[in-house]
Design a protein around this ligand. Structure first.
Ligand code: BES
Ligand code: ZN
Ligand code: ZN
Length: 488
């Protein structure tokens, strides 16, 4: 969809539908003239009580006497209750509604949005969040649906001069989020580690080099922890390295868990709901998508994305509970549960990063524990780490994007949960406190390097749609990390 700016009066715009955002508690003077042109239809609708301007309430009116075919009244609720998130929700509702009606060219009256002052510590103007929600809300995953006549919006004209509007930032960050959603929604048979590495490889270009380590390389590197996960699968593992050099200096490392299917391995998961475990690569998807956006934006940063990709399957060659493996750092790990595979692949990714790069900081993002979604549902990313400054910056970015993070403690007592009788550490600390013990496991491999772990097990997938996130993959983490990087 094209996004255009045109500073023309509402009644002059030729469009299939003119979007008029309205508050519940006041009707702005600026629409008096427009309303007069359509014979008082807007006030008539308001007076009827059918449309009150409640948050996300929508009414589509066919109109005569102006150049627009229709007017869509979209409620923003009470002015005092407006927030960036509510604007995203209203935008999401609006654009998908008009698309679903079958319209092609739409226009947005920006007046009420521009006159709003947001009482939040955010960096963009209200108009930005409305359109951001709109773009994110249009997402559908239809790659495997036989094509019917799919309607798409062709253009959105914003009635504003567009001066200082960060259109490129908006388009790059939202389309990267949708790219991540596509990867995550894709079934596991269509996104094997090999396919994922090819997709990542296609990001190669100016400042961007993608390198993929295969099984032989991984053996040479002695990445026994990662390899212990891939052993059960016929699909070869791929260790994807995405190197973006937009600046000199030591790199920031982003690591994303990419289990393209997590059956649990020999510690197999229950059959019910197992199909969803294609989303166990959501961390990896967000790292790939983030780097794609970083390159498109040409950010002046030095970043290395690491995406260890493998399936986790049971077979005669699979790892077994009780097996001991050696990670690239030399630390030995007793595998208690083959279903706690995420930390095994992350441990080697962290070890590899520390071995080969002069790392300034590591952020890992992973669908690591069921305990995360038990604790937080779909609302919160569990954040753990060893560096307050980094966590503070991520927290700030999360206020901007509403991908909310919540810090969980990594108290030293959690170390005892991971004590093994036979190896340096074991890969599970039991059910109790497993959100923290999984984080503590990673901490043991990170050492003193500034590091943050983001557990997105609850937020990467929705069972029930939200106004601008359809059911399924959310693309969580992409906007969060991009906003974090923007402030560096
Ligand atoms: N991929 C799962 C975590 C997960 C569960 C993500 C549900 C999304 C939704 C992870 O590999 C796993 O199975 N973790 C186990 C660890 C346990 C065996 C210590 C878990 O959390 O149950
Ligand atoms: Zn698992
Ligand atoms: Zn997993």
């Amino acid at each position: 969809m094209d996004i255009l700016f045109a500073a023309v009066p509402e009644k002059e715009v030729r469009t299939d539908a003119l979007i008029i955002p309205l508050f519940e508690d006041f009707f702005p003077d600026l629409y008096m003239e427009l309303d007069n042109s359509v014979g008082g239809l807007i006030r008539k609708t308001l007076n009827s009580g059918e449309f009150k301007g409640r948050h996300m309430q929508a009414t589509l009116l066919h109109v005569l006497a102006i150049k627009a075919e229709r007017i869509l009244l979209i409620g923003l609720g009470k002015q005092s209750e407006i927030s960036p998130e509510r604007l995203r929700q209203a935008g999401g509702k609006t654009l998908s509604l008009l698309r679903d009606v079958g319209l092609r060219h739409i226009a947005l009256s920006a007046g009420p949005l521009n006159s709003l002052s947001l009482d939040y510590h955010v960096s963009q103007k209200p108009l930005f969040y409305f359109i951001e929600g709109g773009l994110l809300g249009l997402y559908r995953f239809e790659r495997f649906k036989s094509k019917e006549d799919i309607q798409e919006l062709v253009s959105l004209t914003i009635l504003d001069d567009g001066e200082s509007f960060p259109l490129n930032w908006l388009q790059v960050t939202t389309s990267a989020t949708l790219f991540a959603r596509d990867l995550v929604n894709t079934p596991a048979n269509e996104k094997t580690p090999t396919r994922l590495s090819v997709i990542a490889g296609s990001l190669s270009g100016d400042n961007m080099e993608v390198r993929v380590l295969d099984e032989t390389d991984l053996e040479k590197e002695a990445m026994g922890s990662f390899l212990s996960v891939s052993r059960g699968s016929e699909e070869p593992p791929k260790f994807i390295l995405i190197h973006y050099k937009g600046a000199e200096g030591a790199p920031l490392v982003l690591i994303g868990k990419a289990i393209t299917f997590d059956s649990g391995g020999i510690s197999i998961k229950p059959a019910e709901g197992m199909e969803k475990m294609k989303y166990d690569m959501a961390g990896g998807a967000s790292v790939i998508a983030t780097l794609k956006a970083v390159a498109e934006l040409g950010m002046a940063l030095h970043i290395i994305g690491i995406v260890p990709a493998t399936e986790n399957l049971p077979s005669g060659s699979a790892s077994k509970p009780g097996d001991v493996v050696t990670s690239v750092t030399g630390k030995t790990i007793e595998i208690i549960s083959t279903d706690a595979e995420g930390r095994l692949v992350l441990a080697d990714a962290i070890g590899y990063a520390l071995k080969y790069y002069d790392v300034t900081a590591i952020i890992d993002i992973a669908t690591l524990t069921g305990a995360c979604s038990v604790a937080f549902g779909s609302e919160v990313i569990a954040m753990m780490g060893n560096n307050k400054d980094l966590m503070g910056k991520l927290k700030k970015a999360s206020t901007e994007t509403y991908e909310r993070v919540w810090e969980m403690p990594l108290f030293d007592e959690y170390k005892e949960y991971l004590g093994s009788d036979v190896a340096d550490i074991k890969n599970t600390g039991g059910k109790r406190g497993s959100l923290m013990s999984s984080g503590y496991f990673l901490k043991e491999f990170v050492g003193d390097t500034p590091w943050v772990h983001l557990d997105i097990a609850g937020t990467a997938w929705l069972e029930k749609a939200k106004p601008y996130i359809p059911k399924g993959a959310t693309g969580v983490g992409v906007r969060l990390i991009l906003n974090f990087l923007k402030e560096l």
